[in-house]
Design a protein around this ligand. Structure first.
Ligand code: EPZ
Length: 420
């Protein structure tokens, strides 16, 4: 396994271009299961998770090639309806092959994804939605088996105790595209990645309205055709780079972004003392003068994204004053607290809250990544810590950030890879 070594204390300066969105490309690749015709997906990020999804598609009977950011998908003669535990258990997003496979093949057997370090991660809303379209669902020996002679459109409320569900919305929306009649998903997830999936499905011939709002309407059609699509930029990578500018007191222009996807984050960074200059599709991020402590609560989109919670905690750990970070989506998503405290941060967890008392300086220390966004948080902390900092288990980071060390080195960071 590799680790990243970072020598902190350098102000990052320059330009960086954001890659395509991990959380858009994964369901969109799954959606190619809805047609036998070829699909071309552009601006696909070269990530561990993208490769995992391509492996799953191949195991389900697709040809899937990835070349310089473009994915070419076509069908072989043998469609398979079983998504195997070995692959699904490594990436929760694979569960969103359930809806398209069921709609296309009238049956699907998908391993339950299991929990992960950020929480239990149930799939009850996925199953509720698929069942509401008329599927028979059985769960046995760790697999969900769904069958239906045909799917029938229905009204389904998909809100859960933690609000809407991104991948459950994706699963039900994809299944509904080939159902008979009209489906209304109430309390649907509004994330831009859900809207991007809907745009791809519409290019395939699906009839969808209301995507990006809490109420999505789908009019089922007989079949879907192949399509081409360009993935939206990754708003979480963009946000992570914005924080890299602020935490190092540098000056970074982040290119290829969509402001409308970053409203809550930009609002909070403005409150924290950022100087935000927007041009057509880029943002220049610097500090106005000093950092101010802020309070952050994560919420479903368009609220502050849970996927930026660990990263903003790094920034607040070196911001004078007391900041309170409240995690409303995954109340256990605080594995990074202990690692930041090993670097000299002063963070106390109180249930779904983390109380952060800013310190003058973090000190470099060997730390361990526990999940994708926690690893990004530790890299940000390493950029500003004194001395050398090493982040181990960086395969977590490789799941969701394309060439992050090259991108950071391009901004002046002293960061390199070593064998563990
Ligand atoms: C997506 O996961 C993202 N992953 C996550 O990003 C992101 O953190 C999450 O949405 C929330 O924004 C992808 O898009 C691939 P949810 P998803 O269903 O869809 C509960 C990253 O770092 N819930 O929206 O799996 C769930 O436990 C990853 O890029 C149920 O209760 O998340 C959570 O508390 C991490 N029942 C809340 O809903 C269900 O059936 C939101 O989860 C499903 C979810």
């Amino acid at each position: 396994m590799d680790k990243l070594v970072i020598e902190g204390g350098i102000k990052l300066k320059g330009e960086v271009t954001v890659s395509g969105s991990k959380n858009a490309v994964l369901p969109i690749l799954a959606a190619t299961l809805l047609t036998d015709e070829p699909c071309i997906i552009r601006n696909a990020p070269a990530l561990r998770d993208t490769n995992t999804m391509l492996k799953i598609l191949r195991s389900l009977g697709k040809n899937a090639e990835f070349d310089k950011g473009i994915v070419f998908i076509s069908s072989t003669k043998h469609a398979n309806f079983i998504a195997d535990y070995k692959l699904v258990s490594t990436m929760r997003a694979s569960f969103c092959v359930l809806g398209p496979m069921l709609a296309k093949l009238k049956k699907a057997k998908v391993s339950l994804p299991g929990g992960c370090i950020i929480g239990v991660r149930p799939v009850d809303l996925h199953l509720k939605g698929i069942k509401s379209l008329g599927a028979d669902i059985t769960v046995e020996s760790g697999y969900v088996l769904a069958k239906a002679n045909y799917l029938k459109g229905n009204y389904v409320y998909l809100g859960g105790v933690y609000g809407s569900s991104v991948l459950a919305t994706d699963n039900v929306m994809m299944a509904a595209t080939l159902a008979r009649g009209r489906t209304v998903i109430e309390s649907a997830a509004c994330e831009p990645e859900v809207a991007d999936l809907a745009e791809f499905l519409i290019k395939m011939g699906a009839k969808i309205k209301g995507h990006g709002t809490p109420t999505i309407e789908i009019e089922g059609v007989k079949q879907l055709r192949g399509a081409e699509h360009t993935i939206i930029p990754d708003r979480i990578e963009a946000g992570t780079m914005m924080l890299a500018a602020l935490i190092t007191k540098g000056d970074i222009t982040i290119k290829n972004i969509r402001f409308e996807h970053l409203g809550a984050l930009i609002d909070k960074l403005d409150e924290a003392g950022a100087s935000v200059m927007k041009t057509d599709s880029s943002i220049r991020m610097r500090l106005k003068n000093k950092l101010n402590a802020i309070n952050v609560t994560t919420l479903p989109y368009p609220g502050f994204p849970t996927d930026m919670q660990a990263q903003i905690m790094s920034l607040m750990s070196v911001t004078p004053g007391i900041s309170v970070i409240t995690e409303k989506i995954y109340p256990d998503r605080f594995m990074h607290v202990a690692e930041l405290n090993r670097m000299g941060a002063r963070i106390q967890r109180e249930g779904p809250h983390a109380i952060v008392e800013g310190v003058k300086q973090l000190s470099g220390a060997p730390v361990m990544a526990s999940d994708l966004r926690a690893s990004a948080c530790l890299v940000l902390a390493g950029l500003v810590a004194s001395g050398k900092n090493s982040v181990s288990r960086i395969y977590h980071l490789e799941r969701g950030y394309e060439n992050i060390e090259e991108k950071l080195r391009g901004l002046g960071a002293k960061i390199w890879r070593e064998k563990e």
